[in-house]
Design a protein around this ligand. Sequence first.
Ligand SMILES: *Cc1c(COP(=O)(O)O)cnc(C)c1O
Length: 373
Amino acid sequence: MPYPVNQPLIDGNELNYLKECIETGWISSEGPFVERFERDVAAYVGRAHSVAVTSGTAALHLAFDALRLPPGSEVIMPAFTIISCASALPELGLVPVFVDVDENTFNTNVELIEAAITPKTKAILVPHIYGLPVDLDPILDLARRHGLKVIEDAAEAIGQTYWGKQCGSFGDISIFSFYPNKHVTTGEGGMILADDPEIIARIRFMRNLAFDSQRRYIHAELGWNYRMTNLQAALGCAQMEKLPRNVELKRKIGAAYNNALGDVEGLRLPIAQTDFAENIYWVYAVVLEDTINADASQVMAALGKHGVGTRHFFYPLHMQPALINRYPSLATQRLPNSEKLAERGFYVPSGLGMNLNDIPEISQIIKDVIREF
Ligand SMILES: *Cc1c(COP(=O)(O)O)cnc(C)c1O
C-alpha cells in the first residue's frame, strides 16, 4: 500500500533511551523509565498520580475495577467507540447502557446521557472520538448531581484540550493508550490517571497480580499482570518530548485534507473547530452523505485499488455479537447515528509518519473515486 492508513513517527530520543535500557539491563517493568514516564505524563496533563500499564484496554479494566461498583450497576457509555470500553464489564458484573452520538462530532452529549440514567446507574464512560473532545462540563455537572463516577477515555486525545485544559485531566479516572496510531506510542501501552490516592493504590495493587504487601506470594484477591516494561516506557519518555510538535503535525495533516477535499460533493469532512477545542484529527474521518450511492465498504475497496489505505469507523457496541450474548436486551436496541456512521464512515491515511506532500495526490484519488459512485 503506497499510502498506509497509519504510519507512526519515531524520530527523537527513542533509540538512545532504548540503548540505555539494554546497556543497564533494565528491561522488565522495574527500571527508571517507568516512573519517569508516569511522572512526565502526569505533569503534562496536570494530574496528581498516574500508573503505566500494558494497553489502553488494560487501563480501562483496572479503572472499572478500581471504582468498586456493586454488581448490577449500570455504566452509561456511547455505542460509537472501541470494544475496550465495554470488554471488562461482564467480568466485573457491570451492565453497559449504550447511548447514541452526534453524527457530526462523533461524540456523545449530556442530553443523551441524562435520558439513560436509572436508579442503577453508577458511572459514565466518556471517550473523546477521532480528535474532538466531548463537551465535558455539562456531563461532569450531571455526574455530580447524580453522584456518578466518570471515567474519561482520552486514548485518542492525549495533547488535546477542552476549554484550554488537557484531556485526561477530567475524569475521576482518566486513561490513555499508547498504541502506535496514538499521538504518543510505546508500541503497546496505556496509562491511568487519577487524583485520589486510594484509587491509585488499588490500581497499582491489581496491576501487579495483587501481591500481599507484607508477605509475597500470598494473594487475597486475583489481580492481573498489566505492568509496562522499562523498554516501552523508554519509548514513551522520548515520545512525550515531541507531543506538542505531534499535535501540531496532526492539525497540519487535517488542515491539508480540509483544503484539498473542501469541494468534494457528498463527502462530509470533520469539524475543524468547536467552541471549546480545535480538532486534532486523531484520524482524518469522513462520512459519505446520502447522495453517494455506496457505503463505506464499497468506497474503501475502490480506494484500496488505488493504493490508499483506509479503515472502517467503529462498529457500534450495542450490535456486537459478543455483547448481545451477555446482554440479550441489546438485540433490539437501535441507535441510528452510531449505526449510520458505521455504515458510511471511514478514515484515510493520517498517521504522524505520513508524508504531508502525499496529501494532494491522496485527495485527488479520493475525489476521483467518489465521483464514480
Ligand atoms: C485505542 C483506544 C483504546 C484501546 O487502547 P489499546 O491500547 O489499543 O488497548 C481505548 N479507547 C479508545 C477510545 C481508543 O481509541
